[in-house]
Write a new protein. Structure first.
Length: 107
C-alpha cells in the first residue's frame, strides 16, 4: 500500500529508471570520473591562457630580433644601449644615475 501511494504521488519522470540512470551517469561524468567535466573546463582555460602567452612571446621575439639587428649594424646605437642598460662608461668618465621620484602632490 505504501509503494502504491509513493508511485501515485510522484510524477512519472521521477519513477523512470532511465531517468535515474541518466542522472547517475551525468553526476559521475561531471564529478567523479578521471577526465571529469570540471577538469576539462579547467584544462581548456589553461590552454587558452597558454595560447595567449605564445602570441605575446612571438611578438617579444620579433621585437628583440629587430633590436639585435639594429645594434649589430650601428655602432652608436650599440654604445647607447650599453650605456643605458649596463651602465658602461668610457675611461675617465663618471656616470650619474638620476631617478625620478613620482610622489603624488596633495592639493
Amino acid at each position: 500500500m505504501i509503494l502504491k501511494e509513493i508511485l501515485t504521488r510522484y510524477p512519472k519522470l521521477i519513477r523512470n529508471k532511465f531517468f535515474w540512470t541518466t542522472m547517475v551517469f551525468l553526476v559521475w561524468i561531471t564529478f567523479f570520473d578521471e577526465h571529469n567535466m570540471i577538469r576539462v573546463w579547467h584544462n581548456q582555460h589553461n590552454l587558452n591562457q597558454l595560447k595567449q602567452d605564445i602570441g605575446y612571446y612571438h611578438q617579444k621575439i620579433e621585437d628583440d630580433r629587430t633590436k639585435l639587428k639594429e645594434l649589430g649594424t650601428n655602432k652608436s646605437n650599440l654604445e647607447k644601449f650599453a650605456r643605458e642598460q649596463y651602465l658602461m662608461k668610457k675611461e675617465n668618465e663618471d656616470v650619474y644615475i638620476v631617478l625620478k621620484n613620482e610622489t603624488s602632490k596633495e592639493k
